[in-house]
Ligand binder design. Structure first.
Ligand SMILES: *Cc1c(COP(=O)(O)O)cnc(C)c1O
Length: 404
């Protein structure tokens, strides 16, 4: 993705062509970038060839999931809907793990019928429900238990999941208790110890701490897990300030861990696979002047892309067509929705913008379209996947008729 003759291009496709052909806002993905990210991820950990289960909640577009499956990945799902779409994309059930604190009986029944790799249980009560279903089906079901390692991921507090005050996982004491129970169960197979401490993690140290906790617990339990599921969470460089996650370091510390604890590693990456492969193209409806700044009112809003409103996340905004004219007036990039948090970014310096210009919100591939909603009865945007110079529509823009 780069500027060619001052026009932003994705692979061999000028976005000028895209906005001539399609309405905005529109999500646009690069197939090549997805492939590169997967290749890089696999190479980073090739010394122990992990099972890589793509986090379906980060992007649940069927065609994107097919791309990811075609590159050899499995899926991490957190609802029956996600499990259904992963299976529809052709993901091998033996490469699917099911996480989540509130799986219902009907969701668990479905997952058990589909013989997926693992159900990662997050409470004593859930384990009992899985056991009851397994008993009724006279089946032995493979499960993991998600540990809450009480590790601070040092990321945005809204996307931190591994501290004891977070709802996720089971604490060490109860973990040991339920493990004993499972070992004596005729209907449950304890196969996996799973963790996921949060998202957009840029420092390897929280992972080091997490692995130390696992190491101690395994020693204490004197039990051999077939799988250790380390979750996802590897961050990406949203601000282009070169704060990159150090995959090499993470690989090293896992290798050290594996020397003491032999097991098959599972990862559940979302953002690091799909985050920087997607952009959101938007058109400027109005520019409204105010005393200190100008409001750039776009046709994309928080319902289309929620991370800034939901987490205060910052995503770079760049023009579709670069010009030389700069302004030093602050711009507030906002959407049309009746909420003050419907704002994407404030800039101090930007090229001078005009009404009807197009702009691009960067790195929206993860938790972009999958988090979109119909707030204000706004139809969800179309999604396109670019392959070389070909544009594939992978989701049609919703019609108002569908909503009313
Ligand atoms: C969200 C989530 C992931 C993916 O996290 P990323 O930061 O996108 O890699 C993995 N595992 C679980 C259990 C999750 O909830």
């Amino acid at each position: 993705m780069k500027y060619t003759n001052n026009i932003f291009t994705v692979e061999n496709c000028s976005l000028k062509k895209v906005v001539q052909k399609f309405e905005t806002p529109i999500f646009c993905y690069s197939q090549k970038r997805i492939k590169e990210n997967i290749k890089k991820f696999k190479e980073s950990f090739k010394s122990f060839s992990p099972i890589i289960c793509f986090s379906t909640k980060s992007n649940s577009n069927l065609e994107i999931l097919k791309e990811i499956k075609n590159n050899g990945l499995g899926a991490d799902v957190v609802s029956k809907g996600e499990l259904m779409i992963a299976l529809k994309a052709g993901v091998n059930p033996k490469k699917i793990v099911f996480s989540g604190v509130g799986k219902t009986k009907s969701e668990l029944l479905y997952a058990i019928d589909k013989n997926i790799l693992l159900i990662n249980c997050e409470s004593r009560s859930e384990i009992l429900v899985v056991e009851a279903i397994a008993r009724s089906k006279k089946k032995k079901v493979d499960i993991g238990i998600r540990l809450n390692p009480n590790t601070d991921a040092k990321t945005l507090k809204q996307i931190s999941t591994g501290k004891k005050e977070n709802k996720f996982g089971i604490n060490e004491k109860i973990f040991i208790e339920v493990s004993k129970y499972i070992k004596n169960s005729k209907f449950l197979n304890l196969k996996c110890l799973s963790v996921h401490i949060g998202s957009q993690i840029l420092d390897h140290k929280p992972y080091q701490k997490m692995l130390n906790v696992l190491d101690k617990l395994i020693k204490k339990m004197d039990f051999k897990f077939e799988y250790i599921d380390l979750g996802g969470g590897m961050g990406i460089d949203y601000n282009k300030d070169n704060k990159k996650f150090d995959f090499k370091k993470y690989n090293q510390i896992i290798n050290k861990f594996l020397k003491k604890n032999k097991a098959k590693i599972i990862f559940e990456p979302g953002r690091s696979i799909i985050g920087d492969s997607g952009i959101l193209i938007s058109k400027i409806i109005y520019i409204k002047e105010s005393s200190k700044k100008d409001f750039v009112i776009m046709d994309a809003a928080m319902n289309d892309f929620m991370r800034p409103a939901l987490y205060g996340a910052e995503h770079r905004i760049i023009p579709l067509k670069k010009t030389k004219k700069m302004t030093h007036k602050s711009y507030d990039f906002v959407g049309p929705i009746c909420e003050t948090t419907d704002k994407f970014l404030t800039t101090n310096k930007f090229q001078k913008l005009n009404e009807n210009d197009y702009i691009i919100i960067c790195d929206v591939g993860a938790y972009g379209s999958s988090l979109s909603s119909n707030y204000n009865i706004r139809p969800k945007p179309a999604e396109i996947l670019i392959k070389g110079s070909k544009i594939n529509v992978i989701k049609k823009r919703q019609k108002l008729e569908d909503l009313i």
